[in-house]
Ligand binder design. Structure first.
Ligand SMILES: Nc1nc2c(ncn2[C@@H]2O[C@H](COP(=O)(O)OP(=O)(O)O)[C@@H](O)[C@H]2O)c(=O)[nH]1
Ligand SMILES: [Mg+2]
Length: 230
C-alpha cells in the first residue's frame, strides 16, 4: 500500500509554529509557578469528545470535595454545559470558550487562573477541548496529566493517537461495561499504552456507575486529604 508521509520541515509555517509552541511553553511555566506559589495541584484532563472527561471531573470532585477545595477550568469551543454540571459538585468553575480552536493553550488558562480564588484551592482540574491530537502539543502548566479514553472509540484509538499518551501520568479506560458490546478488549488498549510508555498508570472505569473513581484518585496520588489547614 502507498503511504504519503509528512516530513520534518515540510510544513509551510514551521517557523511560525515553533515560535508559537515556545511561547506557549514559557506561559505554561508561568502558570506552573503560580499554582506552586498557591500550593495548588494542577491536573489536566484530556481525551476525545464524549470519552467521559466531564463525568470524570464530576466524580473526582464529588469524592475529593470533603478533603480538598477543588477548582475547575472547563474548556470547550462554546457553551457552558460542562461548567454548570461540575459547579453542582461544589467546585469553583470557570468556563473557557476557545471559539474555533481545537485545544486550550497556556495563555487562555493563564487568563482563567486570574478569575479563580487560587489561595483557597488545593486542586485544579482543567478539562481540555475534546481532541486527541492538538492538546498533546500545548502544555498548560499543570503538574499531572490524566487522559480519559473509552471503549466506544474502538480498538485502534491508542495506536492511532500515540502523542496524547506520551506525557500522560494516568489513563482511564472508561465505559468498560460496554467493552463486550463494542468488541473492544481493554487489556489490548492497556498493552498498546505500555508500548508507548510503560510508566503510564492505567485504570479501567465505568464512571457512569462511579466505578474506578477511587483507583483513579490513588493513581493520581490524591488519596490523602489536602484541604488547607485540614
Ligand atoms: N455507558 C457509559 N456512559 C458514560 C460513562 N461515562 C460517561 N458516560 C456518558 O458519556 C457521555 C459523555 O460524557 P462526558 O463526561 O460529557 O464526556 P466529555 O465530552 O469527555 O466531557 C455522557 O452522556 C455521559 O453520561 C460510562 O462509564 N459508561
Ligand atoms: Mg466535557
Amino acid at each position: 500500500m502507498k503511504v504519503v508521509e509528512f516530513q520534518e520541515g515540510e510544513s509551510f509555517d514551521i517557523e511560525l509554529e515553533e515560535d508559537l509552541l515556545r511561547k506557549n511553553e514559557e506561559i505554561a511555566e508561568v502558570n506552573r509557578r503560580l499554582l506552586d506559589k498557591h500550593g495548588v495541584m494542577g491536573i489536566d484532563v484530556m481525551g476525545s469528545i464524549g470519552s467521559g472527561k466531564t463525568t470524570m471531573i464530576e466524580r473526582l470532585t464529588n469524592h475529593l470535595g470533603k478533603t480538598a477545595n477543588v477548582g475547575v477550568v472547563a474548556g470547550d469551543l462554546t457553551t457552558t454545559i460542562d461548567a454548570q454540571k461540575i459547579e453542582q459538585q461544589g467546585a469553583s468553575v470557570v468556563q473557557v470558550n476557545t471559539g474555533k480552536e481545537c485545544h486550550l493553550d497556556a495563555n487562555l488558562v493563564g487568563k482563567a487562573l486570574k478569575t479563580l480564588p487560587l489561595e483557597e484551592l488545593d486542586l485544579l482540574f482543567t478539562e481540555n477541548v475534546g481532541n486527541l491530537i492538538c492538546p498533546a502539543e500545548f502544555p498548560l502548566g499543570a503538574q499531572k496529566r490524566l487522559v480519559v479514553i473509552s471503549v466506544t472509540e474502538g480498538p485502534y484509538m491508542v495506536v492511532k493517537h500515540p502523542y496524547i499518551f506520551r506525557e500522560a501520568d494516568v489513563v482511564a479506560i472508561n465505559k468498560v461495561e460496554l467493552a463486550a458490546a463494542m468488541k473492544v478488549d481493554p487489556e489490548k488498549l492497556k498493552a498498546d499504552m505500555a508500548r508507548i510508555d510503560p510508566r503510564i498508570k492505567v485504570v479501567k472505569t465505568s464512571l457512569i456507575a462511579d466505578q474506578g473513581t477511587a483507583e483513579v484518585i490513588e493513581a493520581l496520588g490524591l488519596a490523602t486529604g489536602m484541604k488547607s489547614g485540614a
